[in-house]
Write a protein of this length. Structure first.
Length: 498
């Protein structure tokens, strides 16, 4: 299968007032690669022959370093850029070969030494020579394979670099796919109204990312409906980007296809563009907010009953489905979790107000959306306050339960300590007499003959288990309360931010 930035570069090209997504083929070094492959397979040729072929193709002064990730995945870690394969002199190669041969002979003499006693000196020498010849051939082949792999990567990187330079020199081209390692950010003016900005960080493991933003008439266009139509949305991304792609080369095709269609829609049918990215998105967000305010538990239950993930949001940091742990928590705390969920959705929508106010300069109904979001948030506030108020006595009761358990642990702790000191003395006494016993072994024996200690241990375990259960519930309810209080503060301070 053909690969982006290996076999072709994604290019967005002007065609009048429109743009077209084109997969521009990268010219391949077929003859050079074939010659290198033949040399690799020829046992009578060495790594020096591969090196000569590369040096003749890439003259000195034309061997640049290239920031190029392929063939590694975009999510790889600790990937270096591409340099011309390391050069080695004839004398150095012979020196390396002689050292390797000496090491191989010494190794084979040790491995085959048993033959001297079982089959005689001649058989021993013959086996050593046979194994040595095979191992040297393997070494020579390994050196060639390493150089061949490095050479192919350099060839592909160089061809990509040349094609990219050619595409960039064509003023009709406005956007290109790239293969750079590390942070990279580009802004592309696709037409008079649309600017695309692409930010990537390839080759940095879990820190890798691939995002796309869109400005329309100078205003950031955001995916408003995501805040309510999905169970979880990372607002750090929603507030900055329109798309957040998976870190893989195929994502370039998705990104360019999206930009082509979106930019052309904005250029030819601006009303439809506003309907799709502003009217429909904003209305969907407002409708979802109204639904979650009306019945938060029923709204949340939609996500709890989803059986498979269907993420068509264009974001990898957006999730439509609950994790199993979240589903279990919903069963235990349906009321509290639902209201906290509603509070989060309100806060997410409120985070978009500044952007919506900017959008109103190009799409007037967005101003009404700002008022509507505030109205819905204010309408939901009583439910949030009621839930927060109900949680206070529940939290106090849990804290009292923790105090009761801690008192019980403090009561039995001195008695347990007395027994443990006795057990420690028994361990030391046995080990001083040449034994090798652990505290656990002696403790188990002691427990079987000392009923008081055994009962104390049972009581302690029961209290510790109870404490863990109560503490977990306390932390969960406190987390809910923090969300509720954050939302209350945000809604009550809305007027102060205007």
């Amino acid at each position: 299968m053909k690969q982006v930035n290996r076999d072709y570069i994604c290019v967005l090209r002007k065609q009048g007032n429109l743009v077209k997504f084109i997969q521009e083929p990268i010219e391949q070094s077929v003859a050079l690669e074939s010659m290198l492959k033949t040399t690799l397979e020829n046992p009578n040729m060495s790594v020096l022959d591969l090196q000569d072929q590369m040096m003749m193709e890439f003259k000195e002064g034309n061997r640049p370093y290239i920031s190029y990730l392929s063939p590694y995945s975009y999510g790889s870690s600790y990937v270096d850029g591409v340099v011309f394969p390391q050069l080695i002199t004839y004398d150095k190669y012979k020196e390396d070969l002689q050292k390797e041969e000496e090491s191989i002979i010494a190794y084979n003499k040790r491995v085959c030494k048993y033959l001297q006693d079982t089959e005689g000196e001649d058989a021993y020498q013959a086996k050593v020579e046979e194994n040595t010849e095979k191992d040297i051939e393997k070494y020579i082949r390994k050196r060639k394979e390493k150089y061949y792999t490095d050479a192919l990567r350099y060839i592909h990187a160089y061809n990509y670099k040349m094609k990219l330079s050619l595409c960039e020199s064509d003023t009709d081209n406005v956007m290109y796919s790239r293969e750079s390692i590390g942070w990279d950010g580009y802004e592309y003016k696709v037409n008079d109204d649309v600017i695309i900005y692409v930010n990537t960080n390839f080759g940095y493991g879990y820190s890798s990312y691939f995002t796309l933003g869109l400005k329309y008439k100078g205003i950031d266009i955001l995916p408003y409906s995501i805040v309510v139509n999905y169970y979880y949305a990372d607002m750090r991304d929603v507030l900055r980007y329109l798309r957040n792609y998976r870190t893989q080369s195929e994502s370039w095709n998705l990104a360019f296809d999206f930009v082509e269609k979106t930019a052309n829609l904005a250029a030819t049918e601006p009303d439809k563009f506003c309907d799709k990215f502003l009217k429909n998105e904003i209305n969907s967000m407002l409708a979802g907010l109204a639904d979650v305010i009306a019945n938060p538990e029923a709204f949340l239950n939609k996500f709890a009953t989803k059986t498979s993930e269907n993420n068509d949001s264009g974001f990898i940091t957006v999730r439509a489905q609950m994790y199993e742990g979240e589903k279990s928590k919903f069963k235990v705390y349906p009321y509290e979790m639902s209201v906290a969920f509603m509070a989060e959705k309100i806060m997410n929508a409120l985070m978009l107000l500044h952007n919506l106010e900017s959008v109103s300069t190009v799409y007037l109904p967005a101003q009404n959306a700002v008022l509507k979001v505030k109205e819905i948030a204010t309408k939901g506030l009583p439910k949030i306050k009621e839930c927060a108020d109900k949680m206070v006595p529940q939290l106090n009761k849990l804290r009292e339960e923790l105090n009761r358990i801690d008192t019980g642990l403090e009561r039995i702790s001195p008695n347990i300590k007395i027994h443990e000191e006795v057990i420690t003395s028994m361990v030391e006494e046995r080990n001083n007499k040449g034994g090798n016993v652990s505290f656990y072994t002696v403790e188990q024996e002691y427990r079987s003959t000392h009923l008081e200690y055994s009962n104390l241990c049972v009581e302690k375990k029961k209290l510790v288990d109870e404490r863990a259960k109560v503490n977990e519930e306390l932390r969960t309810r406190l987390d809910f309360l923090d969300i509720l209080n954050d939302c209350i503060d945000m809604v009550e301070n809305l007027d102060d931010k205007e």
